[in-house]
Design a protein around this ligand. Sequence first.
Ligand code: ZN
Length: 140
Amino acid sequence: MKPSHVEHIGIAVKNLDASIRFYEEILGLQCYNIEEVKDQKVRTAFLQVGDTKIELLESTDPDGPIGKFVEKKGEGVHHVAFAVENIKEELAHAKQKGIRLIDHQPRKGAEGLDIAFLHPKSTHGTLIELCEDKTKINSH
Ligand code: ZN
């Protein structure tokens, strides 16, 4: 696997609007998109910093993955997402090497990216997301 960059860092928060205000007013970043991903029961806000985005995640349902995470661990870093060129191939490689996958097939994430998660039990504790931006790669 050879990711080109950290695509985004996912951060679980209790209150999206208050969190956006912090990142905008204190860190000086700008929120350029807010999107609800029904599938994952979250509202997400994106802020760009260099090649990387900060993805703030607010749960829309206490039983969703972010709702459960916040209840168990509180607010904080939830996952790190790496940009890869061929997500299907990388998933197959990871599986071959005995890495536990959460998603065996890529699915649609926020911003139209193809995404898949590796299980933190196989990654030394961090939930790792792989993502492939088809529009970017095809335009090279
Ligand atoms: Zn993510």
